[in-house]
Ligand binder design. Structure first.
Ligand SMILES: [Zn+2]
Length: 112
């Protein structure tokens, strides 16, 4: 089974290339740049974003419920991981959007 390939831009050297998508530990899309050999992290797969956002909503509701009873609440390691992933997803999405607005999408890569 061959993996689906995408036309993307490297977030390190900004070269365009077409490559198979990978998945990082937290569910981010990753692409290995053939030019600089670095791995570009792209935003979450949609299904993972839905799961993280659902977890975040659940955490906020639980947090409000606990605090409203006069107890002290703070996010645990798992909660911090969810917050980290949601923020990173927004940062990565902004970076990818800006690179795609500068470069033309699906520009055929130069043949040297
Ligand atoms: Zn690169």
């Amino acid at each position: 089974m061959t993996k689906k390939t995408y036309d993307v831009f490297c977030l390190h050297c900004e070269e365009g290339f077409s490559g198979p998508v990978g998945t990082s530990f937290f569910g981010f899309r990753t692409f290995d740049c053939p030019h600089c050999k670095k791995t570009s992290t792209y935003p979450l797969f949609l299904k993972y974003r839905m799961i993280y956002l659902a977890l975040l909503v659940f955490m906020v509701i639980a947090f409000i419920g606990i605090v409203s009873k006069g107890w002290f609440a703070y996010p645990g390691l798992f909660g911090l991981a969810v917050i980290y992933v949601v923020i990173k997803d927004m940062v990565v999405k902004g970076r990818v959007d800006s690179i795609f607005s500068i470069k033309k999408p699906a520009e055929p890569s130069k043949v040297d």
